[in-house]
Write a protein that binds this ligand. Structure first.
Ligand code: NAD
Length: 507
């Protein structure tokens, strides 16, 4: 494939996914692959009027889709999963081209879509409500879950398709149409996913209304169109905390519902009893995998003084030897940063760390791979204390390492940042493990033992606390956010007893 330009490979891959729209508009939204810094397509973005029309179409689709029985809605998602299995390689390649992930990680993202579809198919027969004991004789009380309305899904560049599917697969079985505003950096994967879904829709037949799933191509202003529309019942927005600070209050102001999946500042704690070989591998993947561009990337590591001199030299060795390279042509473990802004952000953070007494290992650009694209050697930074850039998320492969001596103090340090997404402890000590998972332990939405901070499975609800936004999507009971709950009380007696024993007798 190295003989072909990436634009040609992109066009071929898009065609294999079933995309028929032209990828070569004269001007518009240029899509640049971080792999080579080549413009691989130029799309015509949607206008504000088109966004409004799409939302109206989705609203009309809701009126029909909500009346289709949920198990039948699940059948559409089952067919979609079949189509995804057929297109896994092509979609995975699109993820690699647009986001710079290795083929294994690109296809892993598609596998995650398949997994959540399978979950949603089962869910389509399990949208249970409770039956609740009432205090009134001859009465029955229960909860019913109904479809909510149009779901607006805004996604980030670093996971171009899986988070959409965490939302869309659940939304579709719950009876909700979806309108997707993907990152302006990765619209091609979204168009390819929609084309694959269109194949499932064609097989599904007339029960699916037009406008059940649509893609809005463009920048933040189109995300704002979703956010501001009273026709969009739920906004699920994945991206930076900066974006969440704008989106959250806007949706709240119109009493809309909002799932925020924002940035994290994830940490690991390595205790004296840790299995250090396992820890080394878990930290290497967690901190360097996907070039540090996962929301769950490990960014801080607290190492007990008793094992610091064993673990940290081994980590430095791993950092010095990790392979950096073109993910489409080599088996390198670390691919490119998304763009120059990401590289500049990394440089600023490393400079700040040095000024605070940090010792930086690695972190240089890798011109041997490319002079135009932004490949870097991951950086391990030994810090005297948690300060400055350590307190925020820099979306690049930087791991700040700090020494600790007291377990209670390190728990305080662990929780003393804005992000609350993912966390890990490496220990074989039962007391440390349970304390980390207890009410006074990690304050994150994800707390792991003896595995890294990244690589969550779809079965659990995914999301985090504090500046990560508090949202949950994917597995467990996250589906409830996509439905509205009605409490129903039925009186089958001949009397009218009032709750709380209230008396209101009229003759
Ligand atoms: P970003 O915030 O720049 O953009 C994310 C999306 O929001 C894009 O589609 C963008 O167009 C849209 N957007 C931006 N401003 C908007 C506004 N005012 N109104 C409506 N939409 C708006 O984020 P990014 O650089 O694409 O992604 C990286 C960030 O995303 C990191 O902080 C990472 O931690 C976070 N992230 C979080 C999760 C999670 O599940 N918690 C998952 C992936 C990425």
């Amino acid at each position: 494939m190295s003989s072909k330009s990436l634009a040609v490979v992109t066009a071929e891959t898009m065609a294999a996914c079933g995309v028929t729209a032209p990828l070569d508009a004269a001007d518009g939204l240029a899509v640049t692959s971080p792999v080579t810094a080549e413009v691989v397509a130029t799309l015509v973005p949607h206008s504000a009027a088109e966004a409004e029309a799409m939302i109206a179409k989705a609203d009309a689709a809701f009126r029909k889709w909500r009346m289709i029985p949920a198990p039948r809605r699940g059948e559409l998602v089952r067919l979609f999963a079949e189509e995804l299995r057929q297109s896994k390689e092509d979609l995975g390649r699109m993820v690699s081209i647009e986001a710079g992930k290795s083929p294994s990680e690109g296809q892993g993202e598609v596998q995650e879509m398949i997994d959540i579809c399978d979950f949603a198919v089962g869910l389509s027969r399990q949208l249970y409500g409770l039956t609740i004991a009432t205090e009134r004789p001859g009465h029955r009380m229960m909860e019913t879950w109904h479809p909510l309305g149009v779901v607006g899904i805004i996604t980030a560049f670093n996971f171009p398709c899986a988070p959409w599917c965490w939302n869309a697969a659940l939304a579709l079985v719950c009876g909700d149409p979806v309108v997707w505003k993907p990152s302006e950096k990765t619209p091609l994967t979204a168009l390819a996913v929609q084309a694959v879904l269109d194949r499932a829709l064609a097989r599904f037949g007339d029960d699916a209304p037009e406008g059940l799933s649509q893609v809005l191509v463009g920048g933040p202003e189109l995300g704002e169109a979703l956010v501001d529309s009273p026709k969009v019942a739920l906004i699920s927005a994945t991206g930076s905390t900066r974006m969440g600070r704008i989106v959250g209050p806007k949706v709240a102001a119109r009493f809309g519902r909002c799932i925020l999946e924002l940035g994290g500042n994830n940490a690991g704690i390595v205790c004296p009893s840790a299995d250090l070989d396992m820890t080394l591998r878990a930290v290497a993947f967690g901190a360097m995998g996907t070039a540090g561009q996962r929301c769950t990337t490990m960014r801080r590591l607290f190492v007990h003084e008793a094992v610091y001199d064993q673990l940290v030299p081994a980590l430095k060795k791993a950092y010095a030897s990790v392979t950096v390279g073109n993910p489409l042509e080599t088996a390198a473990l670390v691919g490119p940063l998304i763009d120059k802004a990401a590289y500049d952000g990394m440089l600023v953070a490393l400079e700040e760390a040095r000024a605070l007494g940090g010792t930086v290992h690695g972190g240089e650009r890798a011109p041997e791979v490319s002079n135009s694209a932004y490949y870097v050697h991951p950086a391990l930074v030994e810090m005297p204390e948690q300060a400055g850039p350590v307190l925020r998320e820099t979306f690049a492969p930087i791991l700040y390492v700090m020494k600790y001596s007291d377990f209670d103090e390190v728990l305080e340090q662990h929780n003393a940042v804005g992000g609350g997404l993912s966390s890990s402890i490496f220990t074989t000590d039962l007391r440390e493990m349970e304390t980390f998972l207890s009410a006074r332990g990690s304050d994150c939405g994800i707390a792991n033992v003896n595995i890294g901070t990244s690589g969550a499975e779809i079965g659990g609800a995914f999301g985090g606390e504090k500046e990560t936004g508090g949202g949950r999507e994917s597995g467990s009971d996250a589906w409830r956010a996509y439905m509205r709950r009605a409490t129903n009380t039925i009186n089958y007696s001949k009397d009218l007893p009032l709750a709380q024993g209230v008396v209101f007798d009229i003759d």
